[in-house]
Design a protein around this ligand. Structure first.
Ligand SMILES: C[S@@+](CC[C@H](N)C(=O)[O-])C[C@H]1O[C@@H](n2cnc3c(N)ncnc32)[C@H](O)[C@@H]1O
Length: 315
């Protein structure tokens, strides 16, 4: 296990994802520290192939070390998974047995001060997963209009005090640019009504605002639906898709894409999905104790079903 990130629901992912005996091509769309990928490779080595994708170069570097003993059967790609179809086509792969998405950020990204994801560490307000991207959290906080700030805090953070927080941000940044995670976290607390400022918080008051900014900076929800549909398309018949999400906004998208693909399979295309997990799988108490990051994880699994193209022609 590496200290970069402890893989969540690992046993469950292996159980559902790998349906083949020996071989197969598996894609880990969110390589991170390579925890899931290493376990997949151990199962499919030496006949199978793993393609690992991450938009964070730090993740690719770490995973390359972690997967050191298996690199002859692994291809690591620094890319956004929104380009999944293109990545697969460039690699000339045409039968994919399983695809994993373990969404969100890694513990490493959260822990590293200078990545600016966490209100627990004081760092530059950054939050980019892809370090080559120009747009970051401080650009957002210092340039979005008050209305835009309210919109993202409400939509991506489901934050009750969006208006108060946005107002204070706009007032504050006229005097001083808001460039650090601590500045923003303190400001969120200052914006709360008096009664909420005091007392014990169940979660830190800045949690939702930080989540909303992260989602907006990385366009996390916008790319998800498109990428899931691409993943379903590139899977082979009976190939599996496993998605681990960490908040309700992500989980809702996964659930809806799966349901739509299940319903529309005959009407629209020559393929669809069979949903394997009617209810999402959650981490056990024992796993949560070992790894509190698993507390909010939900795993959904579906299987590709191909419908014979010439089933009409036969009649
Ligand atoms: C929860 S971590 C994955 C951890 C990994 N399963 C492990 O065992 O170490 C999520 C990773 O996905 C990456 N990621 C998130 N959205 C992405 C996207 N749209 N394209 C590529 N990588 C993405 C992040 O950079 C991060 O490294």
């Amino acid at each position: 296990m590496n200290s970069f990130h402890i893989p969540v629901l690992l046993k469950e992912v292996l159980h559902y994802l790998i349906s083949k005996k020996g071989g197969g091509v598996y894609i880990d769309c969110t390589l991170g520290g390579g925890g899931h990928s290493k376990a997949i490779l151990k199962r499919i080595y030496p006949d199978g192939l793993l393609i690992g994708i991450d938009q964070d170069i730090e993740a690719i570097k770490t995973a390359r070390k972690e997967l050191n003993n298996y690199l002859d059967r692994a291809i690591l790609v620094k890319e956004n998974f929104k380009n999944l179809e293109e990545i697969i086509s460039d690699l000339k792969v045409n039968a994919v047995s399983g695809i994993l998405f373990d969404l969100g950020v890694s513990s490493h990204q959260l822990r590293e001060r200078e990545r600016g994801f966490s209100f627990r560490e004081d760092g530059h307000l950054d939050m980019r997963m892809d370090l080559t991207q120009k747009f970051n959290a401080s650009t957002l906080i210092n340039n979005y209009t008050e209305e835009e700030l309210i919109r993202i805090f409400e939509k991506y953070g489901e934050e009750r005090f969006s208006k108060r927080i946005a107002r204070l941000i706009v007032l504050e940044r006229q005097r001083n640019p808001i460039n650090t995670t601590k500045q923003l976290a303190d400001l969120v607390i200052r914006a709360l009504p008096k009664a909420k400022k005091r007392g014990r918080w169940r979660i830190h008051p800045a949690t939702r605002v930080f989540q909303a900014i992260r989602i907006e900076v990385n366009q996390e929800l916008d790319v998800l639906e498109k990428s899931l549909n691409q993943a379903i398309k590139v899977l082979e018949d009976k190939g599996r898709i496993c998605v681990i999400s960490y908040h309700s906004l992500e989980d809702r998208i996964v659930k809806n894409v799966f349901k739509k693909a299940e319903k529309e399979k005959i009407a629209q295309q020559n393929y669809g999905l069979k949903i394997i997990t009617k209810k999402p799988i959650r981490a056990s108490q024992e796993e949560i104790k070992r790894n509190p990051g698993a507390r909010s994880a939900k795993l959904r699994v579906a299987e590709k079903v191909e419908i014979l193209k010439n089933s009409n022609a036969k009649r």
